[in-house]
Design a protein around this ligand. Structure first.
Ligand SMILES: Cc1ncc(COP(=O)(O)O)c(C=O)c1O
Length: 404
């Protein structure tokens, strides 16, 4: 059998992520490899750490990239911080809260949850009450839960976690770069993200940052693997339960020791570095503002077409909006029309929102005026062909008025 070269169809990815990668990220990823300890490579690693301190808004020395998709970062932080039996509190307000629960459980944690209806978020008082009741070692909260399109406010959570003796972790896969997030100012101990949303890259790398407090917990569990261990290196009878995600060793690979742990995924590192470089170059506040502008233009166009939005709009993420599927419309059929006729992908939903809500993103490289207007124009035609009464030009027209 002869195989043809990869030649994907042209698509405009306007769902909840992944989105089209910025061409500059793709170009960085086509650069030639260098050796693992080549001074050029270790310099790229150090530069990547510094760039992500800018993206996370932190001075944390322990800021690095975990190889693997976003859940690799979550898993690395959890397996490295949590010892079997530790109490972990997870407030769940969407699918990705359930994922934190799932991963923490597999690390042997005694997981306690509080739950809210999808599309809403917790008040600080609700979270404090749960901290008082459960006294967790770790409070783990998703920032923007892509499944529901809303973001949990975090500005008070760091102080609450500290008051009640818990470490604070957040999954910012869907939100970082497009929504304000202040790792140091808000008192976070561990934060992970991914490239495939507001960072404008492909999935496959999970930027991660750890406070000194988190690093101390992780390093207390350190055990250097046989074969690279030298006299004086730590050996622990109950080591971190994953070798690949053992952040005590991974940190020594990224640090001055350059411990020979894994072989850094060079091409992903080039991409991750370029994602951060572009954001830092733009300015994080400017990037957040760009997401706010184009997200609001999308919302303006959707509501002008008479569509109803899903979830508490006061806490909606800038970069993704939930749209209730109009009565009588087959949501998947319309998505197939959008993809087949216009080459535009919009998202479906999970759990209690399945079949009821589309999710439309404006993020990363696609947080752009032309992408918003093209999507609104195509959606209007697809809705009308599906039998919904929509005034011609109403969606894109309203967005154009908004931009004007
Ligand atoms: C909030 C959130 N967390 C975690 C993930 C899992 O990311 P990945 O598929 O890159 O492992 C996603 C993916 O969409 C997400 O949106």
């Amino acid at each position: 059998m002869t195989s043809l070269p990869i030649n994907p169809p042209p698509r405009l990815l306007m769902g909840p992520g992944p989105i089209n990668a910025d061409p500059r990220v793709l170009r960085a990823m086509s650069a030639q490899l260098v050796g693992q300890y080549d001074p050029a490579m270790t310099a790229y690693m150090n530069e990547t750490m510094e760039l992500y301190r800018g993206v996370f808004r932190t001075t944390n020395d322990a800021t690095l990239v975990v190889d693997g998709t976003s859940r690799a970062g979550i898993e690395a932080v959890f397996v490295s911080l949590i010892e079997p039996g530790d109490v972990v509190l997870v407030p769940i307000f969407g699918r990705f809260g359930h994922l934190l629960h799932e991963i923490a459980s597999r690390c042997g944690a005694d997981v306690r949850v509080i739950e809210r209806e999808w599309g809403t978020v917790f008040t600080p008082a609700e979270i404090e009450a749960a901290l008082v009741e459960h006294k967790p070692k770790l409070l783990a909260v998703v920032h923007g839960d892509t499944s529901t399109t809303v973001a949990q406010p975090f500005d008070e959570l760091g102080a609450l976690a500290e008051k009640h003796g818990a470490l604070l972790y957040s999954d910012t896969t869907a939100s970082l770069g497009g929504n304000t997030f202040e790792t140091d100012l808000w008192g976070l101990d561990a934060v992970t993200t991914g490239l495939q949303k507001c960072l404008a890259g492909p999935s496959g790398s999970s930027p991660t940052t750890l406070s000194e407090k988190a690093v101390a917990v992780i390093n207390a569990r350190k055990s250097i693997e046989a074969g690279i261990r030298v006299a004086g290196d730590a050996v622990n009878a109950a080591p971190i339960r994953s070798n690949y995600f053992d952040l005590s060793q991974v940190l020594d690979y990224w640090g001055p020791k350059r411990l020979n742990h894994h072989t850094e995924a060079t091409t992903m590192l080039y991409g991750a570095r370029e994602c951060a470089r572009l954001l830092v170059d733009e300015g994080i506040e400017n990037a957040v503002e760009r997401h706010r502008l184009h997200g609001t233009a999308m919302v303006t166009g959707l509501t002008a077409m008479g569509l109803e939005l899903f979830g508490d709009q006061s806490v909606r993420m800038n970069n993704v909006v939930g749209v209730k599927i109009p009565e009588g419309i087959d949501g998947d059929k319309l998505r197939a029309t959008m993809l087949g006729d216009f080459g535009i992908e919009i998202g479906t939903s999970f759990g209690p929102m399945a079949g009821k809500v589309w999710r439309i993103g404006t993020m990363g490289y696609n947080a752009r005026r032309d992408a918003v207007l093209t999507t609104l124009a195509a959606l209007e035609v697809a809705l009308r062909r599906g039998g919904v009464t929509v005034t011609a030009g109403s969606g894109a027209g309203a967005a154009l008025d908004f931009y004007a």
